[in-house]
Design a protein around this ligand. Structure first.
Ligand code: NOJ
Ligand code: CA
Length: 511
């Protein structure tokens, strides 16, 4: 396969995940919404990201924070109206920002009219739109880990759900379901969205034999192991549909299988996902060996398949990376240099540019049945409480140090994490080597990870010291520090050493 001479926009982009409930509140009800987001687009443009991915905004009973959809073509009143999506698209596009929505193909809400019909009787025409059986097998659901089957008293059968019982799985083996879900994609593509993040893309094809899976006995949940050939056929269908629209619309899939080899398959022969999330860094501790092995594996397996990698350290399902790194802001800042200089498309999760930690959630403030509230806390915009959330108390408590980490405070402080992210994003945007260049590992102390990025005459070296002590990193030639994660030495000549938990981008010394 040939590399396109002009790469598609998403290869050169940094994508910012908006968790709409917690981004910004436009109407003072304590829940973030689309008008709130539109009001903060200048902030995102100023940050320097290229595209936004919004977690679901569709009508939903909110059993799983919107991942349980009851109407795919309507905006939930909590978030606004359909016209707000149109306005968001126009306002974002006007600022050069693309917008991806979340597409949730594996399941709907149990209140979706399709399921209401399906469960109404065994001979309802939509019965076969979901997966009904007389006997359950041993499959396990995520979020709670119980059986993936729930007994329906009314129609005296079990239905399948890889997640909550309120999220019945669609039967993509039925062509009417395929057609209906294609219709959903068309609806949004025609409104002008630039692509989709596909929720659990690997789950849509099911084992037609419904065979017990021994891994479920050992406690595994299907959402982490389901991997069927039929999903690939379905993804090819989605890809053909999306490719039929102008403007390089993109599909980035959540393939929540912890195996790079398996994930690569979901790029197909360039005819399935444009990109798949790579989950290892979302679990990885602050450890040079873990990252080195993970990056080498991605380079080896995706490089060979000419599949474009993605990098992500935090999202709405995982603990924020600063919290995973023992609460260390120094480490989180060094990790930002790593995230934004690897080969591939980085995803920034809202609030990581502020160096936020997970909020402390108590049994009284807990909302999510899956215990994932910590990383979903509202963003602090202003120093003074309620930090720009004027009106009802926000739906979750603020993260720790909300005043000092607020956007307002960090805009005013030269060495803040926000200013670091802005500079990193600007440096990346200006450097072909960082956006598109080759990746080559350099010899270094085991606690230091170092690599070279090059494209044509543009060259950078990135080095990250994971250790709590300084390390030498001798380099031939004359190099200059373009940026240091701790703000120490920007623009200075590189002296051949890294401070504890420091990351640097180096460029050849000028003159
Ligand atoms: C993955 C989403 O990211 C998560 O938040 C959700 O609970 C499940 N898929 C089910 O849709
Ligand atoms: Ca609101």
């Amino acid at each position: 396969m040939h590399e396109p001479s002009v790469p598609p926009w998403w290869r050169e982009s940094v994508i910012y995940q908006v968790y709409p409930r917690s981004f910004a509140d436009g109407n003072g009800d304590g829940i973030g919404d689309l008008p709130g987001l539109i009001g903060r687009l200048d902030y995102l443009q100023g940050l320097g990201v290229d595209a936004l991915w919004l977690s679901p905004i569709y009508r939903s009973p909110m059993a799983d924070a919107g991942y349980d959809i009851s109407d795919h073509r309507a905006v939930d009143p909590l978030f606004g109206r359909l016209e707000d999506v149109d306005r968001l698209l126009a306002e974002a596009h006007g600022r050069g920002l693309r917008v991806l929505l979340d597409f949730v193909p594996n399941h709907t809400s149990d209140r979706h009219p399709w399921f209401v019909e399906s469960r109404s009787s065994r001979d309802n025409p939509k019965r076969d739109w979901y997966l009904w059986r007389d006997q359950p097998n041993n499959w396990r659901a995520a979020i709670g880990g119980g059986s993936a089957w729930t007994w329906d008293e009314g129609s005296q059968q079990y239905y399948l759900h890889f997640f909550l019982p309120q999220q019945p799985d669609l039967n993509w083996h039925n062509p009417q379901v395929v057609a209906a879900m294609h219709g959903v994609l068309r609806f949004w593509l025609e409104r002008g969205v630039d692509g989709f993040r596909i929720d659990v893309a690997h789950c849509i094809g099911k084992d037609p034999r419904f065979a017990d899976d021994p891994r479920c006995l050992a406690g595994e949940v299907m959402a982490h192991i389901n991997d069927q050939p039929y999903s690939h056929e379905l993804l090819r269908g989605l890809r053909r549909l999306v490719d039929g629209y102008p403007g390089e619309r993109v599909l980035v899939g959540e393939v929540n299988i912890r195996s790079t080899e398996r994930i690569v398959e979901y790029y197909g022969a360039g005819d399935e996902l444009h990109m798949a999330f790579n989950f290892l860094p979302l679990d990885a501790p602050w450890d040079a060996v873990t990252f080195r092995l993970c990056i080498r594996e991605v380079e080896a397996l995706l490089g060979a398949a000419r599949s474009w990698p993605t990098w992500v350290l935090s999202n709405h399902d995982s603990s924020r990376h600063r919290s995973r790194y023992g609460g260390s802001l120094r480490r989180a800042r060094a990790a930002a240099v790593l995230l934004l200089t690897l080969r591939g498309t980085p995803f920034v999760y809202q609030g990581e540019e502020l160096g936020l930690e997970d909020a402390q959630v108590t049994p009284q403030t807990r909302v999510d049945p899956g215990g994932r509230d910590g990383s979903r806390a509202p963003l602090p915009w202003l120093r003074e409480p309620p930090h720009g959330w004027n009106g009802a108390r926000p739906w979750l408590p603020f993260p720790p140090d909300a005043a000092a980490l607020s956007v307002e405070a960090q805009e005013a402080s030269e060495h803040s994490t926000l200013r670091l992210y802005r500079r990193l994003l600007a440096i990346r945007r200006a450097s072909p080597a960082l956006r598109l260049g080759d990746w080559q590992e350099l010899p270094s102390h085991p606690e230091v990870l170092a690599y070279r990025r090059q494209r044509g005459g543009d060259l950078r070296i990135v080095c990250i010291n994971f250790a709590g002590r300084p390390h030498a990193f001798p380099l031939a030639g004359a190099w200059q520090v373009e940026i240091a994660s701790d703000g120490q030495g920007d623009g200075a000549s590189f002296g051949g050493a890294l401070a504890a938990e420091q990351a640097l981008i180096l460029k050849p010394r000028e003159g």
